[in-house]
Design a protein around this ligand. Structure first.
Ligand code: NAD
Ligand code: TYD
Length: 349
């Protein structure tokens, strides 16, 4: 297998690359990442010099680099290997995205550029160079909010935020390339992930690191919004199965089966960290804040035999342990540019 992994220096991409190195050491991987604020090469430092893995800094919306990578010419030009065809990727796994709802509310432009245009550039390159499988890593947020019941893969897309609208647009482009050009695209729509290397702008790492710094934890609205949480390793295993057994043109919902309110999570985290519940601070709600996400994941479990292995409790304690042991990682992120973001996002709220 020869994979082009995009966005591999972000949260899920990092965990995925580590998973593949572990489970399939013979698979070739090229990681194309623009290294936005969310990309961090520190995450992959033990892997960076290993044979069979290489990093390329670049933008998925840049046709030239995508074309050079998918044709194999990039490797020849950079004399990474004498035989260029050798490294031509047969599989694309597209993680690269702007991924944070709150940032998409502040400025939607980069979301359209990367999530929509970038996906189209990758699809076009994959079509041109005969990629055998294109995995689009999507999200449950494309369905919008659901009060009761669960979304199936056939449910209507009804995104609420510029982020989820841009991901829905990308999903539709993927399906159009399957129908029009028979490009073997497979889409996964996963619920909220937790685990190591998540950027501390998302609820769980923000709450853990703020609590460790004795800073308030912002709770949007009444804190009763529900998300279905999945440990990132389980998501990586689902992607591994989809690469090997997913049906072209198909969509697979991927969920952890752990519905929790934000308040449940923060209470539990504060308990685990031995910090006072008074650190919770209710703040103005996010506009168009989806109340509940929930997925029916029967298709991936019955057709591909995948099921999550982690309970929420196990996932949360593994995540807390990782942040406790990797303080320099998150402290270095929380200085500099992050401090300006935090001020705009929370201190002016
Ligand atoms: P992340 O924000 O942590 O990482 C995104 C990565 O993409 C970063 O390394 C960034 O540098 C890179 N990137 C951004 N723009 C790029 C571009 N134009 N070209 C190349 N690289 C670029 O995101 P994440 O949480 O790891 O999410 C990965 C994917 O999974 C996204 O597509 C997201 O929509 C999807 N997803 C995330 C979750 C979740 O809970 N985090 C759940 C379901 C689906
Ligand atoms: P987030 O981690 O941003 O993921 P998403 O919005 O993509 O589901 O947020 C998870 C939930 O936590 C969501 O209901 C918004 C809420 N939230 C807070 O209450 N406070 C925060 O500081 C953040 C970042 C999120």
């Amino acid at each position: 297998m020869k994979l082009l992994v995009t966005g591999g220096a972000g949260f899920i991409g990092t965990n995925f690359i580590r998973h593949i190195r572990q489970e399939h050491p013979d698979w070739q991987m090229t990681n194309l990442d623009k290294l936005t604020y969310a990309g961090n090469l520190e995450n992959l430092k033990e892997i960076q010099d290993q044979p069979g893995y290489r990093f390329v800094k670049g933008d998925i919306a840049d046709r030239k680099i995508v074309d050079a990578l998918l044709s194999g010419e990039y490797f020849a030009a950079n004399s990474l290997r004498p035989n260029t065809r050798d490294l031509r990727p047969s599989i694309v796994v597209n993680f690269a995205a702007e991924s944070h709802v709150d940032r998409s509310i502040l400025d939607a432009s980069p979301f359209i550029e990367t999530n929509v245009k970038g996906t189209q550039v990758l699809l076009e390159g994959a079509k041109k160079h005969g990629v055998q499988r294109f995995i689009q890593v999507s999200t449950d947020e494309v369905y919008g909010s659901i009060d009761r019941g669960r979304f199936t893969e056939e449910s209507t897309l009804s995104p609420s935020s510029p982020y989820s609208a841009s991901k829905a647009a990308a999903d539709l482009l993927c399906l159009a390339y399957f129908k029009t050009h028979h490009l073997p695209v497979v889409i996964t729509r996963c619920t909220n992930n937790l685990g190591p290397y998540q950027f501390p702008e998302k609820l769980i790492p923000l709450a853990i690191t703020n609590a460790l710094e004795d800073k308030p934890i912002p709770i949007y609205g009444d804190g009763l919004n529900v998300r279905d949480w999945i440990f990132v390793d389980d998501h990586c295993k689902a992607l591994d199965v989809v690469i090997q057994k997913g049906k072209p043109g198909e969509v697979y919902n991927v969920g952890g089966g752990n519905e929790k309110t934000n308040l449940d999570i923060i209470r539990k985290l504060l308990e685990l960290l031995n910090k006072p519940q008074s650190l919770m601070q209710f703040v103005t709600d996010r506009p168009a804040h989806d109340r509940r996400y929930a997925l029916d994941c029967a298709r991936i479990s019955t057709e591909l035999g995948w099921k999550p292995a982690y309970s929420f409790e196990k996932a949360l304690s593994a995540t807390v342990d990782w942040y406790l042991k990797n303080e320099p990682w998150w402290r270095s992120i929380k200085s500099g540019e992050y401090a300006r973001y935090y001020e705009e996002m929370y201190l002016k709220r």
